[in-house]
Ligand binder design. Structure first.
Ligand code: NAP
Length: 281
């Protein structure tokens, strides 16, 4: 819960106003989602006023220096790269409104990234909200609807998440890196794998887009029925000769990834096949 306002401190705090520091992709998506839900944006800060200006203009906010971004608002969102969160929090906290909510959006770290402000600003309410979604363009805010997010902090952060269409869950601090690693595999590694499919398709003289229905159906099936029952293909059938032919055919630079994932598929299939395991190891 927010502490009661202290007499003489920041009389203009408006709990439905917010500011953003870190005028990038995640900051823009969260800002637009909040604005769509009746929140009023006040300021945007970046590494400089010039860097903040484009997003401030898009959102109808004032571009300012980092130290001013928390003035007069109820919610301050740090959307900088993870490595800048702690330092940014200290700068922002100095002039933040009394009792304001200060959150960051990172997945790799939790509330501990903001701990530095506790000694000087114990009145601030600290938290983190990590949208489990890829936010990459101007319309990314729409993808927040129905997505999940990891939250840490008091109840009001969970409420904030629900308000913008996210389903919140919590992660034990000790599991934070494991959680974030899973998120990276689910998004970045899937994309990297599609990069490999594109190269292999080119080598085979087949259009990359021909693989789209196959990839979509496989991912959907894994998500709906579970990875083990969605698995098809030569590994699940124990078809060693086909896999041997693949290993001869594909570019040597792709062999290590192919083998590692085929070995993972073998584990997922539950087959006891020492010969295939040996071939893939
Ligand atoms: N994008 C996603 O899909 C996504 C999803 C969930 C969570 N997140 C989290 O959201 C946060 C931001 O990620 P992002 O993808 O939005 O990154 P981004 O697009 O690179 O945006 C980061 C922004 O922060 C600015 N910045 C860098 N250092 C700063 C500093 N010291 N003070 C003020 N601003 C600074 C950058 O400005 P310059 O361009 O001038 O460097 C840039 O505008 C990260 O914690 C990330 O983990 C991102």
């Amino acid at each position: 819960m927010r502490p009661a306002p202290l007499e003489g401190l920041e009389p203009t705090l408006n709990q439905r106003t917010f500011s953003i520091i870190g005028p990038g992709r995640a900051g823009m998506a969260i800002a637009k989602a909040l604005a769509n839900n009746g929140w009023v944006i006040s300021r945007v800060a970046g590494r400089s006023i010039e860097h903040a200006q484009p997003l401030a203009e898009k959102l109808g906010a004032v571009a300012c220096i980092a130290a001013d971004v928390g003035i007069g608002v109820g919610l301050i969102i740090i959307a900088t790269p993870d490595s800048a969160i702690s330092e940014t929090a200290l700068i922002v906290a100095a002039q933040a409104s009394h009792g304001a909510l200060l959150i960051h959006l990172a997945g790799a770290t939790g509330i501990e990234a903001l701990e530095g402000v506790r000694s000087t600003r114990p009145d601030l309410v600290l938290g983190s909200l990590h949208p489990l979604q890829t936010l990459s363009d101007d319309n990314a805010f729409e993808k927040l609807q129905g997505a999940f997010c990891a939250v840490e902090g008091p109840q009001e952060i969970e409420e904030l998440a629900r308000e913008i269409g996210l389903t919140p869950f919590s992660v034990l601090p000790a599991n934070r890196s494991a959680y974030h690693a899973a998120a990276v595999v689910a998004s970045n590694h899937v994309v990297a794998l599609m990069g490999q499919v594109e190269r292999m398709a080119n080598n085979a003289g087949v259009p990359f887009e021909a693989f789209a229905p196959l990839a979509r159906t496989a991912i959907e099936a894994a998500l709906i029925s579970g990875p083990a029952s969605a698995l098809t293909g030569p590994v699940s059938r124990g078809d060693a000769a086909t896999i041997e032919a693949h290993l001869r055919a594909i570019d040597p630079s792709g062999v290590a990834v192919y083998k590692a994932l085929a070995l993972d598929a073998l584990r997922l299939s539950g087959r006891d096949d020492p010969a295939l395991e040996e071939m893939l190891s």
